[in-house]
Design a protein around this ligand. Structure first.
Ligand SMILES: Cc1cc2nc3c(=O)[nH]c(=O)nc-3n(C[C@H](O)[C@H](O)[C@H](O)COP(=O)(O)OP(=O)(O)OC[C@H]3O[C@@H](n4cnc5c(N)ncnc54)[C@H](O)[C@@H]3O)c2cc1C
Length: 1020
């Protein structure tokens, strides 16, 4: 009996022979496209620039704009591959009115290679041609990101319309294979769920399923009536579980339970794909009706890898190409073995993967008419032809739509065609020999597995270096960390997983049982109670008391200062390593209590789930980052190498630090400031905001459990105007770390400047205040991203982040285009109690904030035009409807003052110069943003926009410790950067110790660059 491998080789060779009968280059269109792709494959930088240029081109209007971008993207590409482009640029400059349209035409042609038609008429013409070649079709509508429900409804209508037209036009078409035709309806539509619901949130699958089912039912119903087939395409990993759940839920409904003509996609590049497939099969067996699965490797490999690199999480995709190939083959067998309930389709251009499927089908005695091969329109034409010739069923995936919404699809195809790892490039561009291309992928994985003794999957899960590519290993690590002292951000909790969703639900239930508990002060290692209790209420349900904080008065404040002073004298001489380990233990406990603490934030400050988790993550990061930073700073450092003299620069703590934190990041900011104080050897008194006492008390519990010595960290809840003011003025307080409003910050700054009798030190003040953050949208901005990120930046956590967007500055040129999408996007937001998953806008913190924001809205109505205000908001709780004002002028109150709520002002300007002037024209300089695809304009804004944190082409909130040191200047703050490398210096006084080391002219040759800490008695 022939081995499977030799059968695969024989079949593969046969396909190659047929392919070679009609030779075709990878890039079948000669000229422009072919040359660009060839350049791209040899030069990564060129490829990046090219793909970026291609992405922006459809949105450019005038010829001069096109030429300007061409120059900006390519003029400094001096690497030997640019003559073609250089020539193009020169020619274009001379004759822009010819060159620009020619260029646009060329790129359109390039896109047309992958897009089967701009509309249903064009696509039907294409399908007719394919029919003559015995190739079937599935049609997909281009354009993946919908930002509002208006857009989602439009997509639903397009799908419905397409279904009708396709059915009408193909009424007399028959199955090209003939046999088992009932399994494969002629009309086949591929649907992307992200096009049908704009508010999809992985934490809230039930919400997504409810909305999507409403949109999908009419489509499925009609497809059933018309005898058509509907496929659920698979997109990014974040949507995978929802897509699977939706598919199973809707197709188990009585109306569709016995309908066999629906299918779904399984992506073999995902490590959990086998589990998903087996689960689907079990579901299918239980349902008792056949369904289809299109097996693919997956189109989002680069995206998933980059995204997990950014989040510090293990990528869900395999990291070695042969692992995806081998898994594809494994799942191919699973599909065939379950042929009784699944109709398989294989979506691949890889001849090895295809030949393997053919061979396994034969081995298991499955007739070739019972499955199909699916290939993309515009790719691998000769392979399609060969498969038809061999008698297999072939279906082509035909995207329909305009060039602009099709850009993401086009770039994915270009990436695939030029990928170093891809089959098509290997075969058609690099002529890799057939034998090599038909190798068993498992052979290619073996060596790496043998080295570690772990399966590749296991090592990828374990996150070790063998599972993750080298470049990804480096992600998230500090750049200048010394060996053994590296820092890595904690990953965010992924609410994609049911397990995480359930843990959060359960934490909310548990925390709810504890609502109303009382929390003590914590002074000198003792719990201290007083009769005065301050209630902290749930802003979504103000009748609900989350907990009571003990209110400190002047007596308790005095006790705390004494305790801190006493503890300081010992703590300051505690080795850095011990102090750093304390913070690491705090981080571990925060991690262990992560869901519980997030749940408390949901109740106490109204944070949506992922925002609450982000806050705990940030607290963890502060601890591990500052521990690492202190180890770095803690070693005295030689200033210069000089014979006969040693001069060491080192640091002492300042003394007693008073930490005053806000409620909007109730654990992270408090923890950041307190942990910085503690790790640097200061003794700390921390005061949480009156609105987030319970969160503060939790942090104190965590430090206590971690073993903070008595008096080193003290917890004082109470009124800012009483204990806060008292301690700011206190002669024994050496440092004040404040984050909060400008009004309070300026008072502290001023008051700390007065030297009191008996005061030892000049007080150091770290003052982080508000912002009036602006985002500028350039004429060529990617509008999908602009809308998505500006909506999130303005309305996420109800606009109560100091980094939140509050002024959107639009260039006249694209004002209408942005507004047309912005308002429906705001209108689609989910406003509600953040206890429910997937809520984006919850309540504002309390009654005074509620009243103040409403007042601003009233003032906005008088000054500017109310362009949008949400109507449906919960009847109870401090909910402010998301609100947008237009016709806002820079001098208006709503454009100058910090509102700290879900209110966005839109300002229209002539050009980028005016935009920058308007953005800079406030008292603040905290965060800023810019959306643009012009490299020159991006440089200009980078150079000139006044913001402590400037974000380009992304949201202007969500700073990450160590990666985005956070803090502003002007009236936003004193210029410190929380989570940055120089932050701890604020808590330290520098000192230099100089010693003459020569004796009678004899001196040691070298002094060490670093020495141990100056400690006495010396630890032995
Ligand atoms: C008809 C059709 C429909 C499709 N529908 C979908 C869909 O709904 N959703 C979807 O996500 N994809 C879909 N795809 C798949 C996707 O678009 C790519 O075409 C496909 O992954 C390319 O695989 P290949 O077997 O043709 O090529 P190959 O060259 O053999 O494989 C390339 C693939 O390998 C994987 N890969 C690349 N580098 C690595 C690495 N370092 N480690 C691990 N894996 C790696 C990636 O998935 C990459 O796309 C579809 C494909 C077709 C043909």
């Amino acid at each position: 009996m022939r081995s499977l491998q030799s059968d695969i080789e024989q079949r593969g060779t046969r396909i190659f022979e047929l392919v070679d009968k009609h030779p075709e280059r990878l890039f079948s269109k000669a000229g422009f496209y072919q040359r660009l792709m060839a350049l791209s494959m040899h030069d990564e930088r060129f490829k990046t620039q090219l793909f970026r240029f291609v992405a922006v081109l459809p949105s450019l209007r005038g010829s001069s704009e096109i030429i300007q971008h061409l120059e900006e993207y390519f003029s400094d590409n001096n690497d030997g591959f640019s003559p073609l482009v250089g020539m193009g640029v020169r020619a274009a400059r001379l004759v822009p009115w010819i060159s620009a349209p020619v260029l646009r035409w060329n790129v359109s042609e390039m896109a047309r290679q992958f897009i089967a038609g701009r509309n249903s008429d064009e696509v039907i013409a294409t399908l007719r041609k394919r029919r003559a070649q015995k190739i079937g079709f599935t049609v997909d509508v281009l354009g993946e990101a919908v930002v509002s429900e208006v857009e989602a409804d439009e997509y639903a209508a397009i799908y419905g319309d397409l279904l009708e037209k396709l059915t009408r036009e193909t009424r007399d078409w028959t199955d090209p294979v003939g046999k088992n035709a009932e399994l494969f309806p002629v009309v086949n539509l591929s649907v992307k769920i992200s096009a049908l619901y704009s508010q999809m949130n992985p934490a809230a699958p039930a919400d997504a399923i409810a909305h999507l089912s409403t949109k999908l039912r009419p489509l499925l119903r009609r497809a059933r009536e018309l005898g058509a087939f509907i496929n659920f395409d698979m997109e990014s990993y974040a949507l995978k579980n929802t897509t699977l759940e939706l598919f199973k839920t809707i197709l188990t409904e009585p109306e569709f339970k016995d309908w066999p003509h629906a299918g779904i996609v399984i992506q073999a590049y995902l490590q959990d794909s086998e589990g998903d497939l087996r689960d689907l099969i079990d579901w299918g067996l239980g349902r008792g009706t056949r369904f289809a699965v299109r097996l693919v490797k997956g189109a989002y490999w680069d995206y998933e890898t980059t995204k997990s690199g950014q989040n510090g999480s293990t990528p869900p995709v395999f990291q070695r190409k042969p692992e995806s190939d081998a898994n594809f083959e494994k799942l191919t067998r699973v599909l065939f073995e379950n042929n009784a309930v699944v109709t398989p389709a294989f979506g691949s251009h890889n001849v090895r993967s295809i030949a393997h499927a053919q061979a396994v089908a034969d081995e298991l005695g499955i007739d070739r008419s019972r499955f199909e091969f699916q290939l993309l329109y515009g790719m691998a034409g000769p392979i399609k032809r060969a498969l038809v010739e061999m008698g297999y069923r072939v279906r082509e995936y035909c995207p329909v739509g305009e060039l602009l919404p099709g850009m993401a699809y086009l770039v994915r195809r270009l990436l695939e065609n030029t990928s170093n790892e891809g089959f098509l490039r290997a075969k058609f561009a690099e002529n890799v020999p057939a034998k090599e291309l038909l190798r068993d992928p498992r052979e290619l994985i073996k060596p790496a597995v043998a080295e570690t003794g772990l399966s590749a999957e296991a090592s990828a899960k374990a996150g070790d270096s063998d599972g993750i590519s080298e470049s990804n290993q480096k992600n998230g690590a500090s750049l200048n960390a010394t060996v053994g002292h590296s820092f890595r951000n904690a990953p965010l909790v992924s609410f994609i997983y049911k397990e995480s969703q359930e843990k959060m639900q359960s934490a909310l239930r548990e925390v709810r049982k504890r609502l109303g508990e009382k929390y003590p002060l914590y002074i000198g290692g003792e719990k201290v109670w007083s009769d005065n209790l301050t209630p902290s209420v749930n802003p979504a349900e103000p009748t609900e008391i989350v907990g009571y904080g003990t209110e400190a008065g002047i007596d308790e404040a005095e006790r705390a200062v004494k305790a801190a002073r006493a503890a300081f004298e010992k703590w300051r001489w505690t080795p850095v390593e011990e102090r750093a380990r304390l913070l690491e233990r705090v981080a571990e406990i925060l991690e262990r209590r992560r869901y519980e603490l997030s749940a408390i934030e949901v109740f106490e400050v109204g944070k949506p789930w992922s925002e609450a988790d982000g806050d705990i993550r940030e607290a963890i990061d502060f601890c591990t980052f500052y521990a690492q930073q202190m180890r770095r700073l803690g070693r005295p450092k030689l200033t210069q190498q000089v014979p006969g003299e040693e001069s060491y620069h080192h640091y002492w703590p300042r003394g007693v630090a008073f930490v005053i934190a806000p409620w909007n990041f109730p654990i992270a900011i408090l923890c950041g400031m307190a942990s910085a104080g503690v790790v640097t050897g200061n003794a700390v008194i921390m005061k949480p905001s009156e609105q987030s006492i319970v969160c503060g008390a939790m942090l104190m519990q965590v430090f206590e459990e971690a073993g903070v010595p008595p008096g080193v960290l003290n917890f004082l809840s109470g009124h800012g105007s009483v204990v806060g003011a008292h301690l700011v003025d206190h002669k024994d307080v050496d440092l004040i770390a404040f984050t909060g409003s400008r009004e309070v910050g300026l008072k502290i700054w001023e008051s700390a400047g007065i030297t009191r009798p008996g005061q030892r030190e000049l007080k150091r003040v770290i003052c982080e205040m508000g912002g009036k953050n602006a985002m500028i949208v350039d004429a060529d901005a990617d509008l999908d991203e602009t809308i998505m990120y500006s909506i999130y930046s303005a309305f996420g956590f109800q606009g109560q982040k100091c980094s939140a967007l509050s002024r959107l500055i639009l260039l006249e040129e694209n004002y209408d285009r942005v507004m047309e999408r912005l308002i429906p996007a705001a209108a689609s937001l989910r406003v509600g109690n953040p206890e429910q998953p997937g809520i984006m806008v919850g309540p504002v913190i309390d009654e005074p904030a509620y009243q103040r924001i409403l007042e601003y809205i009233e003032s906005g109505k008088k000054e500017a035009t109310l362009a949008y205000q949400a109507k449906e908001i919960p009847p109870r709780g401090y909910f402010i409807p998301p609100t947008i004002f237009t016709d806002v002028k820079p001098n208006m109150r709503i454009a100058r003052e910090e509102i700290f709520g879900p209110v966005l002002s839109v300002l229209k300007v002539r050009d980028l110069d005016e935009a920058i002037a308007v953005a800079n024209g406030t008292d603040y300089a905290l965060t800023g943003g810019f959306f643009s695809r012009s490299p020159d304009n991006i440089e200009r804004v980078k150079a000139r926009l006044e913001a402590g944190n400037l974000y380009i082409n992304r949201s202007c909130t969500g700073a990450i410790v160590g990666r985005h040191p956070f803090g502003g200047f002007k009236m936003s703050g004193s210029g410190t950067k929380a989570g940055g490398e120089d932050y701890l210096l604020n808590f330290l006084v520098p000192r230099v110790v100089i010693e003459n080391t020569s004796r009678h002219g004899f001196a040691p040759e070298q002094s060490p660059e670093y020495r141990d800490e100056f400690l006495w008695p010396k630890p032995r």
